[in-house]
Design a protein around this ligand. Structure first.
Ligand SMILES: Cc1cc2nc3c(=O)[nH]c(=O)nc-3n(C[C@H](O)[C@H](O)[C@H](O)COP(=O)(O)OP(=O)(O)OC[C@H]3O[C@@H](n4cnc5c(N)ncnc54)[C@H](O)[C@@H]3O)c2cc1C
Length: 447
């Protein structure tokens, strides 16, 4: 679905074991053959397109086992091909009191790929980036060495099954593999944190009648520690979700809406959380916003499963799959700039006659935000027009300090012009040290 140019690999390898991969990496390193790691290929940024040919290593077909779940320490050790749907089904059946955290990605997208790329999910307001939820990794580096990182690092042979519980406090070598887009080695196991599943779950719908009313609300709700997540989006998106493919915003309609999954251990705790939520809205409205709260369960009855889909994750979200093309500027964002980001992107959408599709979140107790303009398009007729708009949005958002994730190389090229030279030098040094022959996913981050 991506706007990035397609390219065929020369071969696809479907590995079954670490031993096979060690042989493959040694062979590729000797013969200078590119290796592109691929879990399920759902990153949207074209990051598994083998721009220089070579071998795609497809983990999704056979290295897709849930190796172990530790109930006490609340983690799961996964092979790279495990999908969100698979993990959700497994936990629901065997560990119903535990949960993972899910993005808006389809159930067939990969858990490990998402965590390695700092994905953001429906516990984001509490736990932040999914990379923070990684406890440990097993990796193969360019010389064919197999390394375990995290608390699983003790022991000369296999790791103890119950040893994958922490990333710290040793030097944090895990960072060598996070957001590197497969450029530093192959991850063969990943331990991700799980969380208790609370028995009381309620979702709330919030309507924002002023264009930027959503911004102060996101900042306040982030600090309040009462929601699991918030998905604030342009009202056009809400309309798409209930089946209007090319919606318009009419005068008087709220330009933004938000869905907030909340959970609690008891009804009383939920009542207290709802009281705090109402107080936040009252206080903001006294200062001039126009924000309304609606019980989402009641609202969704009007639209049945279509409306539940958007927060009952993982699911196939209608508006993201309706067209043949999908792309976005998915960025970590400074939340004090939300107002400016909303106003400037709104202007650009209208200039290009494209319905606004912004998706905004607050993360990790209010410490930072997510700002994600999304574009669905008809790939064979509309791509050029949409990419033009995307480019303008990228420039505005990067100028305001946004940092895109899952970044295609045409965007990293723009970022490189703004990143401080010291960072770029260190980045190149690390890449050269980890992968001197540049065999791992060459071309990413313009390497
Ligand atoms: C409709 C839609 C909606 C989405 N919504 C969201 C959302 O709300 N939040 C969010 O965070 N994401 C979202 N995503 C993106 C998606 O969650 C993740 O990017 C995806 O799960 C990544 O996993 P993957 O298996 O597809 O990885 P891939 O696309 O296969 O790979 C991703 C990157 O990791 C590298 N890689 C893969 N496997 C390995 C390995 N074993 N070792 C080293 N490197 C490796 C690849 O080379 C590539 O650079 C969405 C995607 C779609 C299609």
């Amino acid at each position: 679905m991506t706007e990035n140019e397609p390219h065929m690999p020369d071969f696809v390898v479907i590995p079954e074991s670490v031993d096979q991969l060690v042989l493959l990496i040694k062979f590729c390193n000797q013969n200078l053959i590119p290796i592109v790691p691929y879990s399920t290929g759902n990153n949207v940024g074209g990051l598994t397109i083998p721009d220089c040919g070579g071998i795609i290593v497809d983990f999704g077909k056979k290295m897709n086992r849930i190796i172990n779940v530790d109930e006490n320490m609340m983690y799961a050790v996964l092979e790279p091909g495990v999908t969100f749907g698979q993990l959700n089904k497994f936990l629901t059946k065997k560990y119903p009191h535990l949960r993972y955290s899910y993005p808006n990605a389809p159930p067939y997208a990969g858990v490990v790929g998402n965590a390695l790329l700092s994905g953001m999910t429906n516990l984001g307001a509490k736990i932040g980036s999914m990379a923070d939820s990684i406890n440990g990794l097993e990796v193969i580096t360019s010389d064919g060495d197999v390394t375990r990182i995290g608390s699983c690092f003790y022991g000369k042979g296999e790791a103890e099954a119950d040893s994958w519980w922490s990333r710290y406090p040793m030097p944090d070598l895990l960072g060598l593999f996070i957001n590197f887009q497969g450029m530093t080695g192959l991850v063969t196991k990943c331990s991700v944190q799980l969380w208790p599943k609370e028995p009381i779950e309620k979702a709330q719908l919030v309507l924002f009648f002023g264009l930027t009313d959503v911004a102060p609300f996101l900042r306040e709700i982030g600090k309040a520690d009462i929601i699991n997540d918030i998905a604030a989006f342009s009202v056009e998106v809400a309309k798409m979700e209930i089946g209007i493919p090319e919606p318009k915003r009419y005068p008087g309609e709220p330009p933004y809406t938000a869905v907030m999954p909340m959970s609690a251990k008891t009804e009383k705790q939920m009542e207290a959380k709802l009281e705090i939520l109402e107080n936040i809205i009252d206080d903001l409205n006294k200062k001039g916003t126009n924000i309304h709260l609606i019980n989402y369960n009641e609202f969704s009855k009007l639209f049945n499963l279509k409306a539940r889909n958007i927060y009952d994750l993982p699911s196939q979200i209608l508006s993201l799959h309706e067209y043949s093309g999908l792309t976005w500027f998915g960025a970590y964002a400074p939340s004090h700039k939300f107002e400016e980001l909303i106003e400037k992107t709104d202007e650009l959408y209208y200039k290009h006659d494209v319905p606004p599709y912004n998706y905004i979140k607050i993360m990790k107790g209010g410490h930072y935000g997510i700002f994600r303009p999304i574009f669905r398009f008809k790939k064979f007729t509309d791509q050029e027009r949409i990419v033009k708009l995307l480019e303008e949005i990228v420039d505005v958002c990067i100028d305001l300090g946004c940092i895109p994730y899952k970044t295609p190389s045409w965007i990293t090229a723009k970022m490189r012009k703004k990143i401080n030279p010291g960072w770029l030098k260190l980045f190149e040094k690390i890449k050269n040290c980890m992968d001197p022959n540049n065999i791992f996913n060459p071309g990413r981050w313009n390497t």
